[in-house]
Design a protein around this ligand. Structure first.
Ligand SMILES: *Cc1c(COP(=O)(O)O)cnc(C)c1O
Length: 354
């Protein structure tokens, strides 16, 4: 850190992304990426790209991609905002709507507290219930920016739409942000409520269910007013926040919806298979509607398990936060990858009994 850094940034504890190691080939089950490549149509579009056009700026209105997404969800283009990954939208939302304070679960996506601190927002982190679920009643009538990941991370638990609607309804004077990074793996989306509630901001990403974490593309669905707020901030920071290549890939991705639906179904199937196998190995596995499982073993230490798997070239995510330090978050890969992981777990657990 240099002595030139503004004081309130000096104490900032930045977000720690999951490891992306380059030293060995790992079975990577630690950052909730898709094990599947983008659809063939997307790969073909990339091959046909006229690289010469990269000398030109991208379209700051993103009108083509917006229209495609609007059509897919049956909303208007004015209800869609696009950004360089959904983290960007979360950042903007804290910046724009956090001035009365923010409320989110204590165990959730680690970036929320980072954004709150970045923008010097006072926040309340509400503990989960004993079964690691969000109690929606804790979020009623707060009159502050409410941020809920649904399904939640790293637990995988999803709340029904009627509970989400109660939260939105009871906070009419503040924005309720529902982060739906994992909704395509079995959750219930809140976006149809955008028509009814102008304080609802639904945030989505192409990173997980659209197999494109490396392209950086996120979007929001909300009332026209909220979308124009986000656009205002975008035009005050970086109007070209989505590059030409990513925009084109995004368009082809929306066109290939069927492929991604099928891949999501496959992930769900492998998730349930893996859950059952883990349980038979003595793990407690939280019910998940996401592309990962959150599991702890009845007798084996969580961090030790993470390290033993890593030694066998399998990466999962361990958080040292006290309340969840017994758990590991395991991204759902292909069935073959999960079988290798399960085999490794068998070995590790057997070694312990000797
Ligand atoms: C992965 C994730 C994001 C970030 O997605 P990007 O679009 O890749 O920035 C946002 N929210 C949650 C809960 C996530 O798990």
């Amino acid at each position: 850190m240099s002595r030139y850094l503004k004081e309130n940034y000096q104490a900032l504890e930045e977000y720690t992304p999951g490891e992306q190691p380059k030293d060995t080939e790992y079975i990577k089950l630690n950052t909730n990426e898709s094990p599947f490549p983008p659809a063939n149509e997307v790969l073909n579009v990339l091959k046909r790209q006229d690289i010469e056009n990269l000398r030109l700026y991208s379209d700051p209105t993103m009108s083509v991609l917006k229209a495609k997404l609007a059509n897919l969800y049956g909303v208007k283009s004015e209800n869609i905002y696009l950004s360089n990954g959904s983290d960007d939208i979360l950042n903007f939302a804290f910046m724009a709507y956090g001035h009365k304070g923010a409320v989110f679960p204590e165990i959730t996506y680690g970036f929320y507290s980072v954004f709150a601190e970045l923008h010097q927002i006072e926040y309340e982190a509400i503990p989960l219930q004993d079964d690691f679920t969000v109690n929606y009643k804790d979020y009623l009538s707060k009159n502050k920016l409410i941020v809920i990941a649904n399904p939640n991370a790293p637990t995988g638990n999803a709340r029904p739409l009627r509970e989400i609607e109660e939260i939105i309804k009871s906070n009419p004077d503040s924005v309720v942000l529902i982060d739906e990074a994992y909704v395509d793996f079995g959750g219930e989306s809140a976006y149809p409520l955008c028509e009814k509630y102008d304080n609802l901001l639904v945030v989505r990403t192409f990173s997980k269910s659209r197999c494109m974490a490396g392209a950086r593309l996120g979007y929001a669905i909300a009332s026209k007013g909220i979308i124009s707020d986000l656009e205002k901030i975008k035009y005050s920071t970086n109007p070209y926040n989505i590059n030409r290549l990513t925009a084109t890939l995004g368009e082809a991705t929306v066109d290939a919806e069927d492929y991604y639906k099928e891949k999501c179904q496959e992930i769900i199937k492998v998730r349930e298979y893996t859950k059952e196998k883990l349980e038979s190995l003595g793990f407690e596995v939280l019910p998940s509607k996401a592309n990962f499982l959150f599991a702890r073993h009845k007798s084996y230490d969580g961090e030790k398990l993470y390290l033993e798997l890593k030694a066998r070239h399998i990466l999962v995510r361990h958080f040292s936060t006290d309340k969840i330090k017994d758990f590991n978050r395991i991204t759902i890969g292909t069935k073959e990858q999960m079988d290798k992981m399960l085999l490794a777990l068998c070995e590790i657990l057997k070694g312990e009994n000797q």
